[in-house]
Design a protein around this ligand. Sequence first.
Ligand SMILES: [Fe+2]
Ligand SMILES: [Fe+2]
Length: 298
Amino acid sequence: MAATSFGREREATAERLLTSSLRTSYDPTVEIDWTAPHVPGAYWLPPKRSSLYGTPLWAGLSEEQRVELTRHEVASAASAGVWFETILMQLLIRQYYDADPTSRHAQYALTEVADECRHSIMFGRLIEALGCPVYRAGRVDHALGRFLKSTARGPQMYAAILIAEEILDTFQREIMADESLQPLIRMVSRIHVVEEARHVRFAREELPRQVAAAGPVAIAYARLLIGRAAYSIASRLVHPDAYAAVGIRPAVGRAAARANPHWRATLRWSASRAYENLADLGLVAGPGRALWARAGLI
Ligand SMILES: [Fe+2]
Ligand SMILES: [Fe+2]
């Protein structure tokens, strides 16, 4: 009985999301003028969202260097975006392998993969247009990502998806509304926000069903994995090498960001929606919770 009503809810959600996908989907290779010149002097992030904002290092930068730092911070976040999306696509495809291809739920999962294919191309184009390097995950995080994408299922799969999507989404909603910022990053953010709203809905509605279906051992394991995923995502948002672009040694910049109360407040702000939702479901607890705290997310 419960399984049947779960199945009906799941199909109804997927049907709505498929209809919305038909109405508003974007091809960034067509919609965005990648060769448009950048606006001189405009920031790529609201300055208060820079990881060094308010620190003595920030005070020591010229206006031009501050803009330059936000450009590299955006390239770092876009690099992290591609990394998360590659993991996410594989998670969805792995689940699809066992799914009923006639179900709307499975068809929406494929639609989400199609969205993420376009997003990763968009982020790749963005990094290129920024003239920045691809800021790749470190060896440990890269290996953990490979483990996650090859093994995660059930609650930890949807929770990891939600954390990554909601953190980036919080930054992007602010960017798209801020007319002082570079038009290119506002446009990229707008496209991403519109399409990610469906992904967040999909994961948010599926997660409680997955929690209800999981046993206590699976939940304990999920809490730990979710905490580690949250930690990787938060620490990868700004790659330490981004600081070198404005003449700051990576280790020095990273230490300053970690100790920066403004940046810590920004991290908590970005994670608050995901955190509240996961905490309500009992997915932030035990050693996993300590990882959320160590990452500065709570
Ligand atoms: Fe995306
Ligand atoms: Fe997404």
